[in-house]
Design a protein around this ligand. Sequence first.
Ligand SMILES: [Zn+2]
Length: 374
Amino acid sequence: MEIIEAFRALRGMRVLGALFDGTLRAATLDDLGYRDAGAWSNLASVYYGATRGRTLQRAAREAAGDLSLDALRVVEKHTKKLLRGAAVSEWELRVELCALRGTVAEIDRLAAARVREYNRAVQDAAKKAYGRRALRGGKNTDAQGLRTFTVTGPERIIEGVLSGVRAEAKQLRRQDPKLGYEQAMFDAFLATGGQGGGAAREMVVTVLPLAESTKVLRQEGDETIFARTDGTTITGAELVAEAMVSEDYVGVFDPVKGGVNLYRDERFANFKQRVLLSAETIVCPHPGCTTPASECQVHHLTAWEKGGNTNIEDLTMLCQVHNARNDDDPDKPPKNGTMVREPGGVVHHPPDGGPPRRNRHPIRDLSAMALARS
Ligand SMILES: [Zn+2]
C-alpha cells in the first residue's frame, strides 16, 4: 500500500510546484535516476514562472488537478504545435488541454485532435504542415548493425505511401507465409521504392452524414470535416476535389436507418457489410487501439460456432491482435474480455467484470455511429 501512496504523491502540479519553489531540486532527481528531471524543471517554469498570462496560468494549474507528469508533458507537446494565427492563445489552449482526463495515451490523442482542429482553421495550415515534412535519423548504427530513419509528412501523403506498401506486403506474405508482417513491410518498401506497388491498395470510405451530403454535393460546407476508414480526415472541399480522381467510396449515413447508399455498385454482400462496419467504427473499437478499419478483420460478436449470424449487428471490424485476443467461448474462464455491441456502438467488456470501456480515439467522433447518435 505504501508504494501506491508514493506514486499518488507524485501528481504533476505538486512536483512542479516543489521544483519551482526549490523544496525539490532537479539535480536530486537526476541522482535518483529520473531521466525526465530536466523536462520537469522546464515544465515547472511554464506553470509557475513569470508570464503575462498569470490568470490563465493559474486556471491551467487548477484544471490540471491530479494529472500525472507524463500527461502534463503530453499537454505541453501539443501546445507547442499550435500554429500562429489560431483562434486561441497558448495559455487558453493549456487550460483546455489540462482539463482532459483519461490514460496518457487517450489524452495524447484527444489533445492532438483538439490542436489539429484549431490549426486547421489557420490560413495556409496545409502549406505550413507541408513545410514541416522531414526525413530524419539513419545516422547511428545500433548494437545489431541496424539503422532507423523516420519520415514525417501530411497524413494523406504518408497514408497514400503506406497503403501501397501494405498492399505489396500482403502479396509478399501470401507468397511466403513465414515472412513476418514488419519484415514484409520492409521488403515491400524496398521493392516499391516508397511509391506503393502495383498491388491494389486498400479501399477507403469517407463517412458523410445524410444532412451534410447535399451540402458537399452543392460544394458548400467546405470547412466540415469527415472521417475516412483509413484513419485520416478530409474536408468537404478536399472531398469534392478527390471525388473527381480517386477510386475511393463515399458512404452516406442516415441517423435512423444507418447506411443509405454507397456510391458505386456493391460487388458482393460481404463487401458492403465490411464497408458499413468500417464507416461505423473508423478504427478498431478496442479501447486504446489505433488500427484503422481498412486494416481490420470482420469479427463475429457471437462466435459462428455459438450460433452467431452474419447479420450486420452481429459483426464488427476488429484488428488482428484484438480479434485473436477476444474471449470467443463464453463457457471458458475469461482471459482478455469480449467485444459486445451495445446501444451506441461496440464496447469492450473487461475479463474482471468491470464496467465496459469504449475506444475514445478522437477520430471516432466522426464515425458513422457517432454521427448517427448526435
Ligand atoms: Zn485493435
